[in-house]
Design a protein around this ligand. Structure first.
Ligand code: FHN
Length: 612
């Protein structure tokens, strides 16, 4: 629930109300796209990094839930994937049908006027999600076609004003209530790219579109209190031209967090980069390892289309879907799996059945423990016979290729740890654990419990952790030049190296947004003796030394980029750390994260850093 509305947000609301009253319903948008984050306009001293998405309370529900339902539903659904051309041929596509089939605007609008999703049943949709074991839902509020699926006041191109649907219904409100009643988080997909708004393509008129977009997003946040906004349509493209820039994304993201500081936002709010939003959005693919520098969520279709396409019967099997889910959670990712309701608003039976079988697997024998709140296995390499996720002192080895009788499952260890106990979820068979070469052999005494994935639960002991030290951060020296030269203008303690100054911001109001540099120094203590990966997310340059040894060298000027290096840290030792950072012009970013086989990726916390 939103905590507060900033002064900037209230100012926008007032401007929008006055505009709507005076000029009628055409555009209740603010006179200017609101200033960025905070009650005052963005500028020197602004830092957009409010927390660490890897550990913050704000993103905790998202990192625990792991599995969500994507819903692609819009005026395009009314075509059900097929456009009968005048010459008798049929052009096929789903949510892109208008553009793919070059449907004239008047014909498209005429068809939308017949759209009547009377069978849309929010409770049934939420039940389908729950039966699948899904914990959050993201529904398209507006796709590239520009058609709003809620009664927006910004224009009349929407389900309330331009359809044959019951004008007393609001499907987003119905879904919000059903989701709330079921304990499911609700988020909205919103396409920046808009094929319908005449002001979109021309950079000269784009600000008019942008104001309407801001007003619609404010409607969504104010009316439905979404937990998440899933932006799309941010890429450079033509037909129509898309003028969206990273700077536009900077301002929009700040505005949204002014509206609701708790919102979770994906990286397509900007330009789909590691520095945009809270998480990355690989599509129709699953990264083969945890993603450096950013949370991530893989979105995927159940067949070959996002929107409903009556002809597409290329459905994925329940087994492959469960294995995809296990692969994502074992690499600290989320899985957003899509359904496309038909023209009446019903979810295809083939989708419902597959999702139910996924939920049946998750509920059986507590197998969902390998997914919900689980993360990268870390302690071991991912095996060829399945995936390994971790939650606390438990590893969940999900076996998709069960060994022949008497043959072992081998796990290659990445660090020192012990396996205290092993058991097969859903079976009382013995599992013998033996040290073997570079790791452990697990030898089951029986067969698999199912034909999708059998989970072996391993209780592990990673040994003592040095007590959480009482650090408060590193010494920070800020220079009003880009060469770390002369005396620092400002010297202070910086709790963490977690900064997104972007285009408009800088480390202090007295420091201009360009041409500055920062040096951090002090000591770092590690919880365990391991090989740690230090990861920087930086723009323009960054270098990191540990005990005088250069570990990360990102000294070549660059745009937002991830760099990393590995260093052996000894538990209890105060390791000297120094970071040199420079900003010339443009965007400015500097984050320092760490990870190890035992430590999941996070911004290096203040308690592990001292300024002396
Ligand atoms: O063009 C869209 C597409 O229709 C669909 O919405 C996917 C889902 O993430 N996103 C875009 C393609 O990347």
């Amino acid at each position: 629930m939103r905590i507060q509305r900033s002064i900037a947000g209230l100012a926008v609301l007032l401007a929008a109300t006055l505009t709507a009253t005076a000029a009628g319903p055409v555009s209740a948008a603010p006179s200017e796209a609101p200033a960025a984050s905070g009650a005052t306009a963005a500028g020197p001293g602004t830092d957009y990094a409010h927390d660490d998405p890897f550990t913050s309370e704000r993103t905790d529900w998202w990192r625990q839930d792991r599995f969500g339902m994507f819903i692609h539903f819009g005026a395009y659904s009314n075509w059900e994937g097929e456009y009968p051309r005048a010459d008798g041929t049929v052009c096929r596509d789903a949510e892109w049908i208008q553009r793919s089939c070059k449907i004239p605007t008047d014909a498209y609008e005429k068809k939308a006027a017949t759209f009547d999703p009377a069978d849309f049943d929010a409770k049934a949709v939420v039940k389908t999600a729950k039966d699948a074991g899904m914990k959050y839902i993201v529904i398209t509020s507006k796709h590239h076609e520009g058609y709003a699926m809620w009664p927006t006041k910004v224009n009349s191109w929407n389900l309330r004003d331009h359809s044959s649907f019951d004008k007393n219904r609001d499907i987003l409100a119905e879904l919000k209530k059903a989701a709330d009643d079921a304990g499911i988080k609700l988020g909205f997909y919103y396409s920046i790219w808009d094929w319908h708004d005449p002001d979109f393509p021309d950079p000269a008129t784009f600000p008019k579109y942008e104001k309407r977009m801001y007003a619609q997003l404010k409607e969504l946040v104010d009316s439905y209190d979404p937990a998440l906004l899933w932006f799309d349509g941010e890429w450079d493209t033509e037909d129509p031209h898309n003028p969206w820039t990273a700077r536009d994304g900077e301002r929009l993201e700040a505005y949204l967090h002014d509206l609701d500081p708790d919102l979770v936002v994906n990286n397509r709010v900007g330009k789909r980069r590691v520095v945009d939003g809270d998480y990355g959005t690989p599509e129709q693919t699953i990264p083969d390892a945890p993603v450096d520098g950013q949370l991530w969520e893989s979105c995927m279709t159940l067949n070959g289309h996002w929107g409903y396409a009556r002809y597409d019967q290329n459905w994925k099997s329940p087994g492959s879907l469960v294995r995809n889910l296990l692969a994502t959670s074992s690499r600290s990712g989320n899985y957003l799996l899509n359904v496309g309701p038909d023209s009446r608003g019903g979810i295809p039976r083939q989708s419902v059945d597959r999702l139910k079988q996924m939920g049946d697997w998750l509920r059986a024998d507590g197998q969902g423990e390998a997914v919900y709140g689980a993360r990268y296995g870390g302690l071991v390499d991912e095996p060829a016979w399945g995936s390994v996720s971790r939650k606390g002192d438990v590893l969940y080895a999900a076996v998709t290729d069960w060994p022949a009788a008497g043959q072992p499952l081998h796990l290659k260890a990445r660090t020192d740890f012990k396996i205290a106990h092993a058991r097969v979820l859903g079976s009382d068979q013995e599992v013998t654990v033996t040290r073997s070469g570079d790791g452990y052999d697990l030898t089951p005494s029986g067969g698999p419990t199912n034909d999708i994935a059998t989970v072996v639960r391993l209780t592990v002991d990673t040994g003592p952790e040095t007590p959480t030290s009482t650090g408060h951060g590193l010494k920070q020296e800020i220079f009003d030049n880009a060469t770390l030269s002369g005396d620092p203008k400002i010297t202070r303690v910086d709790p963490t190296v977690n900064h997104a100054w972007k285009y408009a911001g800088s480390p202090d109001p007295s420091i201009p947004a360009d041409t500055f540099s920062v040096r951090w120094s002090g000591h770092l203590t590690a919880p365990r003796t391991e090989n740690y990966t230090l990861t920087t997310v930086s723009d323009d340059t960054a270098r990191v030394w540990i005990d005088g040894k250069l570990v990360v060298d990102a000294s070549d000027p660059h745009g937002p980029r991830v760099d990393k290096g590995t260093v052996r840290l000894t538990a209890g030792t105060r390791h000297a750390i120094r970071i040199d950072y420079t900003e010339n012009t443009g965007e400015a970013h500097m984050k320092l994260l760490w990870s190890s086989p035992d430590q999941e990726q996070e911004i290096v916390p203040a308690r592990r850093l001292t300024a002396d």
